[in-house]
Design a protein around this ligand. Structure first.
Ligand SMILES: [Zn+2]
Length: 354
């Protein structure tokens, strides 16, 4: 591994890969990790923080801004490092503050070439620019992790609850999701081409945390996510097992579907994230450009609103809302998690957002 001081960021080091043993125990390091070169030949580097505890232990990776306008995760990483007690910490915490640098610079979701980086993992050693970027990110950084929490938000024009996507049939990821104490947990097998899926393929238990809305810092959601990260750290032995506030119990969904508009026009989605809806409830109205109501959309089943569109301009195929089907304590492989939530959650009142 090569390492030299950064000229752009005092106290930071430019490296060509993440070699955790290079950095002494009990220290916190700021790194700029080389990934690709632009058309002038300049290096494009990822800002990474590495906190090595005084004692050996696991390596937990946090990744933010895989989609360039999903910013809440940056604050989660900053606040975690600000409050890190390296004397007490066991193992190493790695925060990749911005994964998708080109998209971050453009205030956009997608990479320079419009690729969605969460649809291109694990990339290719010899591929197009997004594929190489994805491949090197995994090989130079992610491969060092033993656990991964990937921090996202809703996409542009949508708002989300604070929710976690995780494989609830996988003992470790189910536990990580549960400890995160989001408003909603959505069971979701690690799908191909996502960072979570690619990391799971590498044997790294991974969950995705969706922290509210794009292009803003939302302090309440950030604080809740940070508490969740600390609960996971405590559970895997990185922090002393102090009793941490458990937080309200999440609602567990066995699946969800996005409902889409089948007309074009101005869309108004009625329920908020975390609202419960019943089958056949009207969940959205659409007007034509003259203001005439042209259709209503109804919920296909009972469920909870995970996220929704707030962009009135909707064409055929535009997203309306993400409707979660709440898991019931019957014949599911993750029965015990459902039981734990259903038996103790008195109501959904605590779920009110913003
Ligand atoms: Zn995202």
């Amino acid at each position: 591994m090569s390492s030299r001081q950064s000229l752009d960021f005092p106290g930071a080091y430019v490296v060509n890969e993440l070699d955790l043993d290079h950095w002494p125990q009990g220290t916190c390091s700021k790194l700029m990790v080389d990934l690709i070169n632009d058309g002038l030949g300049r290096s494009l580097r990822l800002p990474v923080m590495v906190g090595r505890g005084n004692h050996p232990g696991p390596v937990l990776g946090l990744t933010a801004v895989l989609h360039g306008n999903e910013l809440n995760g940056i604050s989660v990483i900053h606040r975690l490092f600000e409050t890190l007690d390296l004397q007490a910490l066991r193992g190493t915490i790695v925060g990749v503050i911005v994964v998708n640098v080109p998209a971050y610079l453009n205030n956009e979701r997608t990479f320079d070439d419009r690729t969605d980086m969460n649809h291109v993992m694990p990339g290719k050693a010899n591929g197009n620019i997004a594929e190489i970027y994805a491949h090197r990110f995994l090989e130079r950084i992610v491969r060092r992790f033993e656990y991964l929490i990937d921090l996202h938000t809703a996409s542009f024009g949508n708002v989300n609850s604070l929710y976690v996507r995780a494989d609830m049939t996988h003992e470790v990821t189910a536990n990580m999701a549960y400890l995160q104490r989001p408003q909603i947990i959505l069971h979701n097998s690690p799908s191909d081409r996502t960072l979570r899926g690619a990391a799971m393929e590498m044997g790294i238990p991974s969950i995705t945390v969706e922290i509210g809305d794009p292009q803003v810092f939302q302090s309440r959601h950030i604080k809740a996510s940070l508490s969740g990260v600390r609960r996971v750290m405590s559970d895997i032995g990185m922090l002393p097992r102090r009793p941490l506030g458990k937080g309200p119990l999440p609602v567990l969904c066995e699946q969800s579907i996005w409902l889409y508009a089948d007309h074009g026009g101005l869309l108004k989605v009625l329920p908020k994230p975390t609202d419960l809806v019943q089958a056949n409830d009207v969940i959205a109205q659409q007007r034509d450009i003259f203001g005439q109501v042209i259709c209503e959309y109804r919920a296909p089943y009972d469920g909870i609103v995970i996220g929704k569109s707030v962009n009135p301009v909707a064409q055929t195929g535009s997203r309306i809302l993400n409707l979660g089907a709440i898991a019931t304590p019957n014949d599911h492989p993750f029965y015990r998690w459902i039981e734990d939530t259903a038996s103790k959650a008195p109501s959904l009142e605590h779920l009110a957002v913003q």
